[in-house]
Design a protein around this ligand. Structure first.
Ligand code: SF4
Ligand code: SF4
Length: 337
């Protein structure tokens, strides 16, 4: 076991958390290693390398180590930035989300659902997170370690401009940082992660899931209470959540895996994916009901189909895509094509 007192250096103001990929892919391993080693040479930066964030067990060495860090974080992982942030948040590693975008991408992390007009408070408005910054970098976006090292340098220098072309490389004094590797054995997991900046605590997910995954805390706020009760491969509740707040970081559909599919990407939105129906045949609620039934049958229980509560949601959802389509059509009109 490696002692992970990453706060011991007085000059440490940033900690780079490098979350390793799940596979043994040598290309990924060498990219991770190059980033970790270079970041550890930047003044004021400590580096902690952990197994894949999503797989970390509660109470394990990795989460204990991360929980002890008080500095700002730069989290580099193979899952979408939103997913990485809310995986950490659910494990008590909290702060303000900053998505590190490349080039022309803006820094909006709001989906259409998150920007929809609503008088309902989001959970993070009721329970604000600490001020420290958590910048999240998606390692899937480039194959060049130098690209990510430059991002780290820019963040540490406070000069990250998401609208720039990546910025010029600035030299920072190389004084020798601190690199800690937590070697913890993990196994692959599958469970929902809630984006509390979107969640309105409506409890739809508690009612929908029949496998006892969700619960509430002492403040009556939704939580993923029994994550490992979740049925492997089932993303059904993410289709039912009115705020698109439920993330399955390993799902193949980017919208469900936590990609930012809103804002500037308007014309690229695949509405069938955004709202859940993989083949474009069923609506999101019908798809969710079918997926839930599949899991019920697989576990030896009876299917329940679309119950009254789901029928109500179905009516709500048929309204919502129409609003999105209206917005797209308005945008096209504005372009006068
Ligand atoms: S359905 Fe979505 S918004 Fe409602 S409590 Fe669950 S995660 Fe939050
Ligand atoms: S994905 Fe399925 S099993 Fe898992 S929490 Fe959602 S409804 Fe329950």
């Amino acid at each position: 076991m490696i002692s992970a007192n990453v706060q011991s250096e007085a000059s440490t103001t940033w900690t780079v958390v490098l979350s390793k990929g799940q596979s043994r892919n040598p290309v990924k391993r060498s990219l991770e290693q190059a980033i970790a080693e270079a970041a550890a040479q930047i003044e004021g930066v400590a580096v902690v390398v952990v197994p894949h964030l999503y797989d970390l067990p509660k109470g394990g060495e990795s989460l204990t180590t991360l929980g002890e860090i008080e500095s700002n974080l730069i989290v580099a992982s193979w899952i979408f930035p939103r997913a990485a942030h809310w995986v950490l948040d659910r494990n008590g590693v909290r702060g303000q989300f900053v998505a590190v975008e490349d080039e022309e991408e803006d820094d909006s992390e709001e989906s259409p659902a998150a920007t929809s007009e609503s008088d309902v408070d989001r959970v993070t408005e009721l329970y604000p997170r600490p001020d420290r910054e958590i910048h999240c970098i998606d390692l899937k976006t480039d194959e060049d370690a130098e690209h990510f090292i430059n991002l780290v340098r820019q963040i540490v220098q406070g000069e990250l401009d998401p609208n720039s072309n990546g910025g010029e490389e600035r030299s920072l004094p190389i004084v020798g940082g601190k690199l800690v590797q937590v070697d913890e054995t993990t196994s692959r997991r599958w469970y929902p992660v809630i984006d509390f900046s979107r969640c309105t605590n409506c409890m739809e997910c508690v009612d929908f899931c029949l496998f006892g995954v969700y619960g509430v805390d002492q403040a009556e706020t939704i939580l993923v209470e029994q994550p490992d009760n979740c049925r492997k491969g089932c993303p059904a509740c993410s289709r039912v959540c009115p705020e698109n707040a439920i993330i399955f970081p390993q799902h193949k559909a980017p919208a469900i895996a936590g990609a930012d599919v809103g804002g500037e990407e308007g014309f690229k939105i695949d509405l069938s994916k955004l709202f859940g129906a993989p083949d474009g045949s069923d609506d999101a609620i019908a798809t969710a009901a079918r997926e839930r039934d599949e899991q019920l049958l697989l576990s030896g229980r009876e299917a329940v189909g679309i119950d009254d509560q789901l029928k109500r949601r179905q009516q709500d959802m048929t309204q919502k895509p129409k609003d999105e389509l209206d917005e797209l059509i308005d945008s096209l009109d504005a372009l006068d094509l």
